[in-house]
Design a protein around this ligand. Structure first.
Ligand code: MSP
Length: 593
């Protein structure tokens, strides 16, 4: 058994879960390497995760929320596992693009930045993005970090005064090689030069400025990628970086003339130049953890979540800068693909930009989070439509998960409103009771679910984790449907024991699903677990032992009163034109005898 996406530390932990669960590892090499490193690695419980910092030239859209939700999911997951996790997000406020956006609305840049930055902060707070630090690049602490970072590069002779002549895209704040530039028609039909990658307009520029010796880092960058096959995930993005590094890697312009760009950090010792916005922005990841004084503990555990459009900046420029100043490289760069809307790229000119605030109100915060993470595939672009959101949420959250909870906690089936007792004669391990083969398969599937989910969360294939959970929820619904507990007679002692065992098993399944879903849908999970009577301190990775009574140990939940909040877990949504989407027909539990 191999865990190709996991770092050694994670493999080590995953390995222990397998060991705990009595699963035999076929790969002896992994077994002994995990053992060797376990004591050293499992002690280190720091984790640091970041989102890109968001440009404030326009309001937040769905893609921004997506980057933040992925990072938030990983952060919550790590907290659940007992890690001391820090999670940074914020706004990227310097550069020509922002300077021009502020000018266009006649505002002073800082006032403009503050207004838009607050919009991002409010969006994230309202969508339960549980960041531990919100950084703005206009803050003093950041300016100091950038100045220090620059000075280290300068003192090491890695920056020199030179000149740049070539293409620049203000929209991407990026320098381009001639091979990256093509031709297109602008809205007025005029031929313009554009970036082949982003489609944004480019301009020819010629300027005296400071250059970073990027070219000398090519082989060290390649070496890093060869030695760390999981440094950029998914694999196809790592391959893309390796491919870029096979090509020419010229030195990089890292400043602009102050006369053109005033909105940024001045070059230390040369106020006629402003530091290039990407160098400024990337250093935010260090600022947050206290660079240059106290960054070490956190910096060595850095994980970045980024969209595919900013891969070059994070997987080439940033590691090269870090190698230059002599700091460790990020542990993993998690790359995600983009959202299109009804099959088209999201853009202001097409008028199809999805406002995440509006849509989170329409579909609920957890609804949006669930949709983005369930449908979002890191490897390829995904399409957003109202219909898809409504169908998915109604099927998986309202009907399947919500329906299951409803069934098991309905007073008709569970009149005492307790976590009932498990009866091992009714559901014996030797398979001679009333449970059928399919039920044992379900028990095995739910038992191994945490390990499966862990592997997918770790590699940010969250959709695979959610698919696995959803498949188990369907199995549990089939289990209930098959045994039709509503047909059992509570006055008969055998029937009662069997009925209670069915409910006990189902609630145990729900407890595992609720616990594992916390990083994705924190509000729904909280309601579900509270309804089951599971206390806040019983919701961590350590509490994922499933069906302890079946496995011969005590179950702390048995006999506990259920929580009182019996509202629907997730209400079915209506179509955009108010047309009700029909609920799937499910057999109603008949009255209990
Ligand atoms: N400011 C830079 C990042 C600097 S990090 C040191 C930036 N900002 S951004 O606001 O343009 O983009 C932020 C994030 O949103 C990126 O990860 C980007 O990929 C993501 N998205 C922008 N549009 C997107 C979609 N349509 N779909 C998914 N994510 C997308 O780049």
């Amino acid at each position: 058994m191999k865990f190709p996406f996991l770092t050694l530390a994670r493999r080590c932990e995953t390995f222990y879960r397998f060991q705990q669960r009595g699963v035999l590892l076929a790969d002896q090499r992994l077994w002994s390497s995990a053992l060797k490193h376990s004591s050293q690695l499992c002690k280190d419980k720091s984790f640091y995760i970041t989102t890109p910092i968001f440009y404030v030239n326009a309001s937040p859209h769905l893609g921004h929320l997506y980057s933040a939700v992925i990072a938030d999911c990983l952060h919550r997951w790590k907290l659940m596992q007992g890690f001391d996790s820090r999670f940074a997000t914020g706004t990227d406020e310097h550069g020509l693009k922002i300077q021009q956006a502020a000018e266009a609305v006649g505002k002073d840049p800082l006032t403009f930045c503050t207004e838009v930055s607050e919009r991002f902060r409010n969006l994230f707070s309202s969508c339960n993005i549980s960041f531990t630090d919100y950084i703005r690049t206009t803050e003093q602490r950041h300016r100091q970090a950038v100045e220090h970072f620059w000075s280290v590069l300068w003192n090491k002779g890695l920056i020199y005064k030179g000149s740049y002549e070539g293409w620049y895209s203000t929209q991407d704040e990026s320098f381009l090689m001639p091979s990256q530039v093509g031709e297109a028609l602008d809205p007025s039909g005029k031929e313009v030069k554009v970036s082949l990658e982003s489609g944004h307009k480019v301009e020819w520029m010629k300027e005296e400025n400071y250059m970073f010796r990027l070219s000398i880092f090519r082989s060290r960058l390649l070496d890093w990628l060869v030695k760390n096959p999981g440094a950029v995930q998914p694999q196809r993005f790592q391959q893309a970086v390796v491919q870029w590094l096979q090509e020419d890697l010229p030195d990089l312009s890292v400043s602009r003339q102050r006369s053109r760009l005033q909105w940024g950090v001045p070059v230390p010792g040369d106020p006629e130049q402003t530091i290039y916005v990407w160098l400024d922005a990337l250093v935010n990841y260090l600022t947050v953890v206290g660079y240059p004084e106290i960054h070490e503990q956190w910096w060595s555990t850095a994980h970045h979540v980024i969209g595919k459009d900013i891969l070059k900046f994070h997987a080439i420029y940033w590691p090269a800068f870090l190698l230059g100043v002599g700091l460790p490289l990020p542990k993993v760069i998690h790359v995600h693909s983009h959202w299109t809307v009804e099959g088209r790229k999201m853009s202001k000119s097409l008028g199809n930009v999805v406002d995440p605030v509006e849509h989170s109100q329409m579909f609920t915060n957890d609804g949006m989070r669930y949709f983005l993470l369930r449908q979002g595939v890191p490897d390829s672009d995904c399409d957003y439509t109202h219909d898809k959101v409504i169908k998915l949420l109604n099927t998986e959250l309202a009907d399947s998960l919500g329906g299951l909870l409803n069934r098991c906690t309905a007073p008709a089936l569970n009149p005492a409103q307790v976590y009932p007792a498990f009866c091992s004669q009714a559901f014996p391990r030797d398979q001679r009771g009333r449970a059928v083969a399919e039920d044992y398969q379900m028990v095995a599937a739910v038992r191994s679910l945490p390990t499966v989910v862990e592997m997918h969360y770790e590699s940010i294939h969250v959709y695979k984790a959610l698919e696995a959970i959803s498949a188990c929820v369907r199995q549990t619904n089939r289990f209930i449907q098959h045994h039709a507990p509503w047909k059992l007679d509570r006055r008969d002692s055998k029937d009662r024991r069997w009925l209670d065992a069915i409910i006990h098993v189902s609630l145990e399944c729900l407890r595992i699903y609720g616990t594992l879903l916390q990083p994705v849908v924190p509000e729904i999970s909280n309601r579900l677990l509270t309804r089951l009577g599971v206390q806040p301190h019983e919701r961590s990775w350590k509490n994922l032992d499933f069906l302890q009574r079946y496995h011969g140990t005590d179950c702390p939940f048995e006999g506990r009163l259920l929580g009182l909040d019996s509202r629907l877990l997730f209400s079915r949504l209506e179509g955009p034109n108010g047309d009700k989407l029909k609920p799937k027909k499910s057999k109603k539990p008949a009255c209990l005898k």
